[in-house]
Design a protein around this ligand. Structure first.
Ligand code: GDP
Ligand code: IMO
Ligand code: MG
Length: 427
């Protein structure tokens, strides 16, 4: 296949970074098309662990061009920090490109993220539980057409005008709406002008790069961030992020048409996790949930928050198969469930009036009325971490995988048995 979209199927942290890194070895171009440094993608090469937030997960391969697409929101300070960290570890990042259209996260976005969360918590008792990186407020500025883009960041005359105008508007929101302290716009201009100077060498037209690469027969990978259930339309709104992490977002956030996509791989875990607030039907608020969290190392890559854990939910996975048009699934972390005893899989939801739902409900009200219908599956034991062929997996593990495939209506072609970039089974 010449181009593949890799998307998260659950609530994020499914191991997308690992899958991208493995596939990037043979790719010519890896593109991040949505989200920002709310993402935390882990890549493990032997003893070396890389936690990437903005840099695409192909960055370790110097011959692979890594593009931050137009749909991404870029915090230049964070990106420069990440580049500098990579430089110290011997990775040049000379293969990085950033689309001129990508919106820039400014200090007022982080401040408004914090203030909005505080306000929501006070007003309704529950906030989104964002990563606090300014993601939502940055996309808000983009949608109301006052955003500062990569192009502007790299041109002091454009930056100066926009820091004044957009900065003033945001300062008014901070001060008059939330009672916060307005930010010093002159100091911000000076600071961001310097970031623009350092990042200017990476500026490019990502749409042209992608289109031409594909037409030249190169291998193109679209690296999803966040996940289907965090999509602003098809996730558990309003407990979602502010972008389109679903497969369609890859085209919008890069500037190419859907005919350029050859396959869509959904990445999931053999169970489910979530960070932040919002519904989670199969959540385990008990010792077993704690056990899975500890065994799976389920602590946020970006914020370090403990991840909520629960059983595999086939209703969610079928939603992901449909919304993304998945052609295959990559399911990680089968090693984590080994030895925990009988497994449960949610096959459908039951409403209080007895109705059985096979499809993920549209509204949170309907979802709140749902309880999972579980199927019990015999658990498996043994160390899976050295298995490299499907036949090497314990028989009961293979049965679990086969049952998940039947329930999701999609083949599981990649099976994760450890965090290392060699700990996968391809079928
Ligand atoms: P991403 O945001 O989807 O890239 O995922 P994260 O990196 O935030 O979280 C996934 C975590 O699981 C990371 O610590 C990975 O190193 C780890 N991981 C990925 N695949 C596997 C697997 O098959 N088994 C185990 N035990 N860990 C895995
Ligand atoms: P990766 O790419 C897990 C969650 C936050 C919060 C909600 C909104 O590593 O899978 P935001 O800061 O985006 O406004 O927060 O979305 N969230 C993630 N959860 N993995 C992620 O990214 C996430 N990115 C955002 O916890 O609930
Ligand atoms: Mg993550």
């Amino acid at each position: 296949m010449a181009s593949s979209v890799i998307v998260g199927t659950q609530w994020g942290d499914e191991g997308k970074g690992k899958i991208i890194d493995i596939m990037a070895k043979k790719a010519d171009l890896v593109i991040r098309s949505s989200g920002g440094n709310n993402a935390g993608h882990t890549v493990v090469h032997g003893d070396e662990v890389y936690k990437l937030h903005l840099l695409p997960s192909g960055i370790l391969y110097p011959k692979t061009t890594c593009l931050i697409g137009s749909g991404v929101v870029v915090d230049p300070k964070v990106l420069l920090g990440e580049i500098s960290e990579m430089n110290k570890r011997g990775v040049t990042c000379d293969n990085l490109r950033i689309d001129s259209r990508a919106d820039i996260i400014m200090p007022w976005h982080r401040e408004l993220d914090r203030l909005e969360e505080e306000f929501k918590a006070k007003q309704t008792g529950v906030n989104v539980g964002t990563t606090g990186r300014g993601i939502g407020p940055c996309y808000t500025d983009k949608a109301r057409r006052v955003g500062i883009r990569m192009y502007d960041l790299c041109r002091p005359e454009c930056l100066k005008k926009l820091v004044k105008n957009t900065g003033e508007l945001n300062n008014l929101m901070i001060e008059k709406v939330y009672g916060g302290q307005p930010l010093d716009l002159d100091a911000i201009f000076e600071e961001y002008k310097a970031y623009g100077e350092q990042l200017a060498k990476y500026e490019a037209d990502g749409s042209v790069i992608t289109f031409e690469s594909y037409n030249d027969g190169k291998t193109v990978l679209f690296e999803g961030a966040q996940a289907t259930l965090l999509d602003i339309d098809f996730g558990t709104y309003p407990f979602v992020t502010s972008s389109h992490p679903i497969a369609g977002g890859a085209c919008i956030g890069t500037g190419v048409g859907p005919k350029l996509i050859d396959e869509v791989i959904g990445v999931g875990k053999s169970y489910t996790t979530r960070v932040g607030n919002g519904p989670f039907p199969t959540e385990l608020n008990d010792d077993l949930g704690d056990l899975i969290r500890n065994r799976g190392g389920e602590f946020g890559t970006t914020t370090g928050r403990p991840r909520r854990t629960g059983w595999f939910d086939a209703v969610i996975m079928r939603h992901a198969v449909r919304v993304n048009g998945l052609t295959a699934l990559a399911i990680n972390k089968f090693d984590t469930l080994s030895g925990i005893g009988t497994l449960k899989v949610c096959v459908a939801y039951k409403k209080s009036d007895g109705t059985v739902l096979k499809d993920f409900p549209v509204t949170l009200e309907e979802l709140a009325d749902c309880t999972p219908i579980y199927e019990e599956i015999e658990g498996y034991d043994g160390d899976l971490s050295d298995c490299r062929k499907f036949d090497e997996l314990p028989e009961k593990c293979r049965s679990y995988i086969t049952r998940l495939e039947e329930l999701c209506g999609c083949p599981i072609t990649i099976i994760g048995v450890g965090a290392g970039n060699d700990q996968v089974i391809f079928r």
